[in-house]
Design a protein around this ligand. Structure first.
Ligand code: PEP
Ligand code: MN
Length: 624
């Protein structure tokens, strides 16, 4: 049973509700979500539904139909994002966990960790305690292995995922690990799961070799039930089937099934899933395409010599190639694989944004906010702003450390206003991110497609959904400057003849109905966002400039010649009329270079000789 609380319920009322649950012989677990708060009634309650309904602060009592409660979407509709330091699992980022099957020795583990961190991997996996089918096989280094893992974390900053096999070792492993793995063979070791429920470290729960999804979720429930540990990551690692061509059969079906039934993040381990090195990359890509929140793969400096699981371990070269492919696939799924640590310069003040807000234009739920999470991570604090100008003002005025702004869309073209504001305000571009934009037609519940007469859309969104709008001449399209805000507006109006174009996220946030998803005219719809700050980035491979040239023959050509001579690859050139100076233009340039600072300075010096006005908008790491 779950008790849905009224919005704005008082703390005293919550305490009284919890007390009533205890009196009925069950345990209350309070789950505070963005959209709603609920008290889950765990255990068999002796009270009637009606008794709970009458409690002050309770708006609704729901029966949970599944054998698991705290793991179910019914209890917690929004996704759980598991945080590990400044990293998160289950949010905008796709995570990659990689490492050898076992900690074999200190040298090999430290070398592996260095290689992985150089590639931009953020989690190191390796077993110190190994569950081996044969008692004669290598059993792991035990605590010595844990010490080596901790040393690898010290040296590289990688977070550690390692297995715990016995209930009496949970406390020991938790002292060293960032994430504790419960292996497939232990998925139903209930004493182990109960111990895992008592700690405050995330548990990576692998699927048992012959466990159904519901059995697996009941095991997750064991970890969640005490209400102390809320962080379980589910890991599909292949199940036993009649097929013998592969070690196991990866059940990719489980990914959408789990996303429907539970709020917990789901990752896939194609190494144990296939048992064959060559099959690992395609299945890792398939997992992300199917909606997995991450992958876990085995990698070894010399797989032929690995003490365990060599045949399924990737070489470093194979992993590097896989990461590149994942980086390309992730944005198609509306996610991002952050391999930023391999970029030449770390992102400016990254992490600082966790304390200071990032300004964006629009209401919560806007695409710009999603882009901010994609760039800074899910823990970022965001500051909604009515207009683009306000975003610039918040940054220059010191109210926000960063601002995030759309500058270009693959269907709608450039967002010129932001180009103009970049000239007007004294800010630096410090980074960029590209977001796949999937639009939805959103309406109040009860509205049918044929009832719609008015559509509220941002001009950019309308341009991106132009085909659908053209097919419905009976709709009048009204301009708004806030996609998520227009959803809120028709909700407040209770309009039954109106629709809004925004993200499915915005629909969820305002509890509205999605009438049609994916209404953009072409699925390859991406928006490029820039991140601005008062302080410049230290270094990057991309330079953005704006300049004017004298009005004489060859003037523009001279400037372009400078880029070519200095080995800078011109990625974009855009001209804009100068406000107040009819028929005079500014040129916006993006150039990709990977030059020492000195050479960039020389190129800019040469450029100054051929321009009447020049402003460097930023030198920052380009987005993949
Ligand atoms: C492992 O991750 O090395 C492992 C033993 O996995 P599983 O429990 O999935 O077999
Ligand atoms: Mn293994």
């Amino acid at each position: 049973m779950i008790l849905v609380l009224k919005p704005g319920v008082a703390v005293a009322e919550i305490r009284a509700i919890e007390e009533a649950v205890r009196r009925a012989g069950a345990s209350p677990v309070l789950i505070e979500g963005k959209e709603r708060c609920v008290v889950a009634v765990v255990g068999a309650a002796r009270a009637d539904v009606r008794e709970f309904e009458l409690l002050a602060g309770v708006s609704q009592v729901l029966r949970v139909t599944k054998p698991y409660k705290l793991a179910s979407r019914e209890v917690k509709p929004e996704d759980t994002i598991v945080r590990v330091g400044d990293l998160s699992i289950g949010g905008a980022q796709v995570v990659v966990m990689a490492g050898p099957c076992a900690v074999e020795n200190r040298k090999m583990l430290l070398e592996t960790a260095q290689r992985l961190s150089g590639m931009g991997v953020t989690f190191l996996r390796a077993g110190a305690f190994k569950p081996r089918t044969s008692p004669y096989a290598f059993q792991g280094l035990g605590e010595e292995g844990l010490r080596i893992l901790a040393e690898a974390r010290e040296a590289t900053g990688l977070r550690i995922v390692t297995e715990v096999m016995a209930p009496d070792k949970v406390e020991l492993v938790a002292r060293y690990a960032d994430v504790l793995q419960v292996g497939a063979r232990n998925m139903q070791n209930f004493d182990l799961l109960k111990e895992c429920a008592q700690i405050h470290k995330p548990i990576l729960l692998k699927r048992g070799l012959s466990a159904t999804v519901d059995e697996w979720l009941q095991s997750a429930e064991y970890v969640l039930q005490a209400g102390k540990n809320r962080d379980v990551i589910l890991c599909e690692r292949g199940i036993r089937t009649f097929e013998t061509a592969t070690r196991n059969t990866i059940d990719l079906n489980a990914i959408p099934v789990l996303h429907e039934r539970t709020h917990l993040p789901v990752i896939v381990d194609p190494s144990h899933g296939t048992g064959v090195r060559a099959y690992v990359p395609p299945m890792a890509l398939a997992a992300v395409a199917a909606g997995a929140d991450g992958v876990m793969v085995e990698v070894h400096p010399d797989p032929e010599k690995a003490v365990s699981d060599g045949p399924q371990s990737l070489t470093f070269e194979m992993l590097e190639r896989l990461l590149r492919d994942l980086e390309v696939i992730a944005p198609v799924m509306g996610r991002r694989l952050d391999l930023s640590s391999k970029r030449p310069a770390p992102r400016p003040a990254r992490g600082k944004a966790h304390g200071d807000a990032v300004a964006f234009q629009g209401e919560h739920g806007a695409f710009s906010e999603k882009a901010a999470r994609q760039f800074f991570g899910d823990a970022v604090k965001t500051s909604p702003s009515p207009a683009f100008r306000n975003v610039f003002e918040k940054v220059t005025g010191g109210e926000c450390e960063f601002g995030i702004l759309p500058v270009e869309n693959t269907l709608g073209g450039s967002i010129h206003q932001n180009y103009d504001l970049l000239v007007e305000f004294d800010v630096h571009i410090v980074g960029e991110t590209k977001l796949r934009v999937v639009h939805s037609l959103i309406a109040n519940r009860g509205t049918r497609l044929e009832d719609i007469r008015r559509i509220y859309a941002h001009p950019q969104a309308a341009a991106q959904c132009e085909k659908l709008l053209r097919a419905h001449p009976e709709w009048s399209v009204l301009q708004v400057y806030d996609t998520a805000g227009s959803v809120k507006m028709i909700k407040e109006e209770k309009a039954l003849d109106a629709g809004a174009i925004a993200s499915a996220d915005a629909a969820r946030r305002f509890d509205m109905e999605v009438l049609k998803e994916g209404i953009e005219s072409d699925p390859r719809n991406y928006t490029r966002f820039i991140v601005v700050s008062r302080e410049p980035a230290k270094k990057g491979d991309k330079v953005s400039l704006v300049y004017g040239t004298a009005n004489r023959p060859g003037a523009l050509f001279r400037t372009l010649e400078v880029f070519s001579k200095h080995g800078m690859n011109l990625a974009k050139l855009e001209s804009r009329p100068i406000a107040g100076k009819p028929w005079e233009y500014l040129f916006y340039v993006d150039a990709i270079e990977d030059l020492p600072n000195r050479q960039v300075a020389a190129a800019l010096k040469a450029l100054r000789e051929h321009t009447t006005f020049l402003k460097v908008l930023g030198n920052y790491p380009s987005a993949p």
